[in-house]
Every structure is written in C-alpha cells, then in structure tokens.
Design a protein around this ligand. Structure first.
Ligand code: URA
Length: 207
C-alpha cells in the first residue's frame, strides 16, 4: 500500500480496527483485511466488490489480473497511485470468491464510511454491479447505468464495468476505457488535474 510506512495515527487506528473486525463471518475465514492501495488522501476513490485470493494473500486490493488491467487503463490516462485510493465494498475475502451478501456489505459499511471520511474524495468510481448496488442502493443493471454521473451529497459517482468482467468480455474494454476517460475529464474540469496534451490510446494488451 502506498504511504503505508508512515501512516498517520488516525489511519493506523483505522487499520487496527479493520484487522480486528469480526462484525461478520468473513473476518474468521480470511487471512487479513484488505483495506486499500494508493494514496491515503486522494481526489479519486475507486471501489470494487471484495478481495480475491491474491488480495487476501498480499493485503492489497486489485493486485491480481483484474487489477493489472485496471492499472493499465488508469495509467494510460495519467492516473497513478498519487491520484487514487482503491478499496472494496467488503474488506475480507468471501470464500470461493463468491459475491458478498447484503448482510456482509452492511456489516462492512461503517468501515467504508470511515475510510471515506479519511480519504475525502471528490470523485468515486464504482466497479461493477455489486459495488453499484451496495454503495448507492440502486437496482439498475450495470450495463444500463454505467458511464452516467450520479451526484449525491456533493460527491460525483460514476458506475462502470468491473475489470474482471472485461477480462471475460474483451469486446467491452472500450466501455471501461471510455468511462475512465470521463473520470479523467471530470478531474480536469474540477481543476484537480491539468488537461492532457495528447489524447491517450486504449491499451489493447490482454493483461
Ligand atoms: N476484485 C475486486 O472487486 N476487488 C479486488 O480487490 C480484487 C478483485
């Protein structure tokens, strides 16, 4: 995790709370709580579903194949770990990589709210249907809702496809790419990032 060596005391307390959390059964089966990757304080917060096996082993979100694809697309738009903070709806790996249940997402929500208050993002990206559903309460399918900005409590929220879905459906890569382009444009509009001089091209590597 970026910034991890010199964690401010409020972050260290938060990490300790997450690691000792047993608010749901996931806390008893995972190796460790997977909290974030990137900057502690960032204008962009990216939220996925829940850690997989690699994340559970390494203690960082999106370090597997889906994470590598996400990083590739973000980097092409000049978005790096200083700009974003990545986390998940649930911090503990659901066994067999199943989708977290509503109760698990609910149990983890106070921790996500706390994380949110520490990061203080302006723009939030929700990766996939599960993140969209549990974060906003919305019931629309991700295909319908992706790429459309939602304004809520002063935050700008963009649902998009989960990179794991793109790994299975490479034809849709361009949709995730377009949505990351919207995020870059929004950060420029908010004067958080300078305008890009050259429009980037979508990386086509499979991983
Ligand atoms: N998928 C997620 O939703 N989160 C991770 O951290 C890794 C894969």
């Amino acid at each position: 995790m970026t910034d991890r060596e010199m964690l401010p005391s409020n972050w260290q307390q938060f990490v300790d709370t997450c690691q000792s959390c047993r608010q749901c059964a996931l806390g008893t089966t995972r190796n460790q709580a997977v909290i974030w990757r990137g900057a502690c304080h960032a204008p962009l917060m990216i939220i996925g579903e829940g850690p997989g096996a690699e994340e559970d082993a390494r203690g960082e979100p999106f370090v597997g194949q889906a994470g590598r694809l996400l990083d590739l697309l973000l980097k092409a738009y000049g978005l790096d770990e200083k700009t974003y903070h990545i986390g998940n709806i649930v911090k503990c790996r659901p066994p067999e990589n199943r989708v977290p249940t509503e109760d698990e997402a609910k149990a983890c929500r106070p921790l996500l709210a706390k994380q949110f208050n520490l990061v203080k993002p302006k723009v939030i990206v929700l990766l996939g249907a599960t993140a969209y559903k549990y974060f906003t309460g919305g019931t629309e399918g991700i295909t319908k809702i992706r790429g459309q900005w939602i304004e809520k409590n002063g935050y700008l929220i963009l649902p998009t496809f989960h990179p794991a879905y793109i790994l299975r459906n490479n034809r849709e890569r361009v949709r995730l790419w377009e949505d990351i382009g919207l995020v870059r444009a929004k950060l420029e509009e908010l004067a958080i990032l300078p305008p890009l001089i050259v429009q980037p091209e979508m990386p086509t590597a499979r991983k």
